[in-house]
Design a protein around this ligand. Structure first.
Ligand code: GLC
Length: 491
């Protein structure tokens, strides 16, 4: 291995201690993999109440970090071999319910919560440099970490050196938009912020000031770079440097049916007989009909328009008439939850809505499922389809973003393919794809499809090495570049 790098990961979520969505899984797995590859990794996140409650062993540092309008206390812990945990506590900001929101309401002081978190990150990086152990790279994830980029760049302009910054966009739909005056009141320099009409974009600021910008799949990179009129897309084009797509992997230590402690019986690609036991046991637990001949469709994850929950509600009765069984899990936008509940009530014997489920239940649902429904309107990467393949459940996905990069549509004979892909964002198209899967399940080739999916190699090793190359060199290998159009001439 080349020399070990000192890497600081900056994130608002980290599985399993602070998880809302896929970001938590992706950052945790990347950090663990880099640690395993021999690098010196520190993951920094706010010291939320949930983390305090998890009862981790933490050591509090005596001297707080000075911020422009506050101070931050730091706590050190250990996350995994080679991976340190750094928790930042700023009085009044994190000791409450909810990482981003509570009872459907975003915390009103989220700019302060994550802006000061970024200031603390920059102060910490500076302190490390002063102690003679500077970070080589600071890897920022999503808008919550993005405001550290201009601070680190500013410092580098003054002292002549400093860590390289890499910003990964997990979801450009969440930009962190706030009145610029509020950011200035927190001590940010207006000249370093990206704003329009008095509204500052935290993600846009990161895009404009980070050394390298990546996103979580090649197709989403292309979609972002070409999204005309989209604010982040315009910034990406203005960078005049490629945005790099690095597709997420799967943490096999957590997601493998051959070792999964949450399952009643374990199985793998070569012998999947126990998958049937997992299905029967889950159906019995949920008091649903146990009939191996009935296909079981599962939908998992946030209930939102991004995830196409309305399309699912629309198609659900038709899919149930297959005949098939459907389990919907996850929570989110109340209006969409209501539509899902109404759809499920139309087919009381075939479908059930579980709302929020535990991590353990998520594993059991994947092991039980014959197919997993993901009708996303857009999807930067998506992890559930990768987990589904690993657990031998065929993903049924809309062809967008990372879904398109990770699921190959099956041909009619099931000789090739790793799932079912449809194009139109309609309930009808979803229903038709589910019907294709239902008839495929009745054929003898289904077992082959299952084996092919379960054998895919999606380990984090490959994406981790791609990130390492970006940490070391500013320009990506040509094959990983997404060419972006030059910025439009000023009007
Ligand atoms: C966000 C995206 C999702 C991606 C995940 C991890 O949750 O919406 O597509 O898989 O981040 O990168």
């Amino acid at each position: 291995m080349a020399t070990a790098m000192r890497i600081l990961m900056v994130t608002s979520e980290l599985a399993p201690i602070a998880k809302v969505g896929g970001l938590a899984d992706a950052v945790a797995a990347l950090a663990k993999t880099l640690g395993r590859l021999g690098h010196d990794v520190t993951v920094a996140l706010p010291r939320y109440k949930v983390i305090e409650e998890a009862g981790l062993m933490l050591a509090r540092r005596l001297v707080p970090l000075k911020l422009p309008t506050s101070e931050a206390f730091t706590f050190d812990g250990r996350f995994a071999p080679g991976v340190q945990l750094l928790l930042l506590d700023i009085p009044g900001l994190y000791d409450r319910e909810g990482i981003y929101d509570h009872e459907g309401q975003a915390h009103p002081d989220n700019l302060r919560r994550f802006g000061q978190f970024c200031q603390a990150i920059a102060a910490h990086a500076e302190k490390r440099a002063a102690s003679g152990e500077p970070y080589d790279v600071v890897h920022l994830h999503d808008w919550h970490a993005a405001l550290a980029a201009p601070l680190i760049a500013g410092r580098r302009a003054v002292v002549g050196n400093g860590p390289r910054t890499v910003l990964t966009i997990h979801n450009a739909a969440h930009q962190g938009l706030f009145p610029i005056d509020e950011a200035v009141a927190l001590g940010f320099d207006a000249a370093t912020l990206t704003a329009s009409d008095g509204v500052m974009s935290a993600l846009g600021t990161g895009v404009a000031t980070a050394d390298v910008v990546t996103t979580v799949s090649t197709t989403y990179a292309r979609e972002l770079a070409s999204a005309d009129g989209d604010a982040v897309g315009a910034l990406l084009r203005a960078r005049n440097a490629p945005i790099v797509g690095v597709t997420n992997g799967v943490d096999y230590a957590t997601w493998s049916p051959s070792t999964d402690p949450h399952l009643v019986a374990r199985y793998d690609a070569e012998d999947a007989a126990n998958k049937g036991r997992c299905k029967a046991s889950l159906l019995a637990e949920l008091e649903m009909t146990v009939d191996p001949a009935l296909p079981l469709f599962v939908a998992l994850g946030r209930v939102s328009s991004q995830k196409g929950s309305d399309l699912l509600a629309e198609a659900l009765p038709q899919i149930a008439r297959g005949p098939a069984q459907i389990i919907v899990a996850g929570e989110g936008e109340p209006e969409l939850e209501a539509r899902l509940i109404a759809a499920v009530e139309e087919c009381p014997d075939a479908a059930i809505y579980l709302g929020h489920v535990s991590e353990a239940m998520t594993h059991r649902l994947l092991a039980a499922a014959d197919a997993v429904l993901m009708p996303s309107r857009f999807e930067p990467c998506g992890l559930v389809q990768l987990y589904a393949q690993r657990y031998g459940a065929a993903p049924i996905v809309r062809g967008t973003g990372g879904l398109l990069d990770t699921v190959v549509d099956c041909d009619a004979a099931l000789a090739t393919g790793t799932g079912f892909v449809f194009d139109d964002a309609t309930g009808e198209a979803l229903g038709a794809a589910a019907a294709r899967a239902t008839s495929a399940m009745r054929t003898a080739r289904w077992g082959e499809l299952r084996r092919r999916m379960m054998r895919l190699d999606r380990s984090w090793e490959r994406p981790a090495r791609q990130y390492l190359r970006l940490y070391q060199a500013p320009a990506a290998p040509a094959s990983e570049r997404v060419e972006v159009a030059p910025p439009a001439p000023p009007a």
